[in-house]
Design a protein around this ligand. Structure first.
Ligand SMILES: [Zn+2]
Length: 41
């Protein structure tokens, strides 16, 4: 069953910034839904 969970997360689309649509590479839990650029505006 653990493999199914891993597959589920692998199939998730990459996290995208809600401001500019840029793919978010960082995996910080407190990062929110914006990329680094928009986060520091
Ligand atoms: Zn952005």
């Amino acid at each position: 069953m653990l493999e199914n969970v891993i597959e589920f997360f692998k199939n998730l689309p990459p996290k995208k910034c809600t401001q500019c649509g840029e793919k978010i590479e960082e995996q910080h839990e407190c990062y929110g839904t914006t990329c680094d650029k928009c986060n520091h505006l």
